[in-house]
Design a protein around this ligand. Structure first.
Ligand SMILES: Cc1cc2nc3c(=O)[nH]c(=O)nc-3n(C[C@H](O)[C@H](O)[C@H](O)COP(=O)(O)OP(=O)(O)OC[C@H]3O[C@@H](n4cnc5c(N)ncnc54)[C@H](O)[C@@H]3O)c2cc1C
Length: 432
């Protein structure tokens, strides 16, 4: 038996990776979180409210972000990706490519003087391109670490940020680094991404301003989002009085999308339909669905409440087409109501398409570096769905959250804790 080195690597700093890191660190082991974006937090940081309780997502996540950043056993490497991994369970050598941030993480206080001075504005990725950020930025106010990053693709090298920074933290000559360390166990927590709904041109996304996707809706309805939480249409800023949600776009579709159910879209759309009614109780909100999959704790009750208390209307049928007829920017949904076999044309002022989930960009490359097989759908393959739901082919590498398939937050957090438990068994005992 080889003795473990006492450290673990977590790839991906979303809610699943954060939970795994906290649980490993709480047992006295060291943890490196390698996150490719400038902040940990993942998708939960972008979400407005969470189903089925409608808790404020940021209010739950923010204390976890600071717990991770303050934990003495956790080191966060942002703007970083796995370069290579060698070795076996209990003894891995890891090389990380840490991309230059152009801001010294030790010196930056997060005061924001640099961003106020920066003359360049570009669409914010965090706000799904609906708001703007500067070329030196933090992605969101609770970003962790709370350190600015220079986006070199858009920086015009005017040096205004450098001059205004009292702490002399900005170094536009900074170069990428290679960071090397040893770990005994690895947890993959890279999450998933949205299916590109523009692959269904008949639904009007990316053709009509008032057809948006679910993640864009999350940012539009968020008080900290680009409209200050005013749910308005992109074409004219009008508050929509009639909204349609279109389900299963790119999911359960063997022709154009992915064959599997993405598990979260029914619930996030019911949540967003309720939120739309909360924003405007006089609105008429419809959900066009194939089946409603409300399988989790409290989900069925939430679905019933959406209908009974908020008056959300549910129509069973796959939408054939979304048309924009007039200059009003209104949209007409053509759908067959499969309960009555009637083809209906229903007008809305805003449409939200609900994309299925797919593996994150770079998943197959990462899997190759880790020597892990992926499923036909491109997620990390788990050892056994009953007895090894977080285990992989490699006895020292575990997987959690959406990295092995779509999951909601409670299931992602449970899997994070399970992966942490498995990883610490290796760290404590070494590999067999
Ligand atoms: C529109 C929408 C609304 C939702 N609403 C809810 C809700 O109300 N309630 C609920 O329970 N769930 C909701 N979900 C689901 C929720 O987002 C997920 O359950 C949760 O984000 C999963 O966490 P994760 O850590 O697995 O993945 P993520 O949150 O996706 O985090 C993965 C992290 O890994 C990083 N990463 C990716 N690849 C790499 C790499 N190669 N190297 C390093 N880092 C990498 C990413 O940058 C990211 O930070 C919603 C999802 C969507 C799309």
């Amino acid at each position: 038996m080889t003795k473990a080195t006492g450290n673990a690597l977590i790839v991906g700093g979303g809610v699943a990776g954060m939970q795994a890191a906290l649980d490993i660190a709480a047992q006295g082991f060291g943890v490196y979180i390698v996150e490719r974006s400038p902040s940990i937090g993942g998708r939960m940081a972008m979400i407005d409210k969470t189903f089925p309780t409608l808790d404020c997502s940021a209010c739950i996540l923010t204390p976890k972000l600071s717990e991770v950043s303050r934990h003495p056993n956790i080191r966060i490497l942002t703007n970083s990706e796995v370069g290579s991994v060698s070795g076996t369970a209990g003894n891995y050598k890891v090389r990380i490519l840490k991309k230059a941030r152009y801001v010294d993480e030790e010196k930056c206080s997060g005061c924001g003087d640099c961003a106020r001075e920066c003359p360049v504005e570009v669409p914010s990725e965090f706000d799904q391109g609906l708001g703007f950020r500067k070329a030196i930025y933090v992605p969101f106010p609770q970003a962790t670490p709370n350190v600015y990053t220079v986006d070199m693709d858009n920086c015009i090298m005017c040096n205004r940020c450098v001059k205004v920074c009292e702490r002399e933290a900005i170094d536009l000559e900074m170069v990428d680094e290679i960071v090397e360390f040893d770990v005994g166990a690895i947890v993959v927590a890279t999450g998933a991404q949205l299916f590109d709904v523009s692959k269904y041109p008949r639904l009007g996304y990316s053709q009509y301003d008032n057809v948006i996707n679910a993640m864009e809706f999350e940012r539009l309805s968020n008080a900290a989002g680009p409209t200050g939480g005013h749910l308005m249409r992109l074409s004219d800023g009008k508050i929509p009085k009639s909204i349609g949600f279109i389900q299963c776009v790119g999911a359960r579709d063997v022709q154009k999308g992915v064959p599997y159910c993405s598990r979260i879209c029914c619930m996030y759309s019911i949540k967003n339909a309720v939120m739309a009614m909360e924003h405007n109780p006089d609105a008429e909100v419809w959900v066009y669905y194939a089946d409603i999959r409300a399988f989790g704790k409290g989900f069925e009750e939430f679905y019933e409440m959406a209908k009974a208390r908020f008056g959300v209307r549910f129509l069973r049928g796959r939408v054939a087409e979304v048309m924009q007829g007039s200059h009003s920017g209104n949209l007409v949904v053509k759908v067959e109501d499969t309960e009555t076999s009637e083809v209906r044309l229903i007008e809305h002022e805003m449409i939200i398409v609900s994309p299925g989930m797919i593996p994150p960009e770079g998943m197959s490359k990462l899997a190759r570096k880790l020597g892990l097989p992926t499923t036909d759908d491109g997620y990390i393959e788990i050892e056994h769905s009953f007895f090894g739901p977080v285990a992989t082919k490699d006895p020292g590498v575990f997987v959690c959250g959406m990295a092995d398939g779509p999951k909601d937050i409670p299931d992602s957090v449970s899997a994070g804790s399970a992966a942490a438990m498995k990883a610490t068994i290796i760290l404590a005992n070494g590999a067999e």
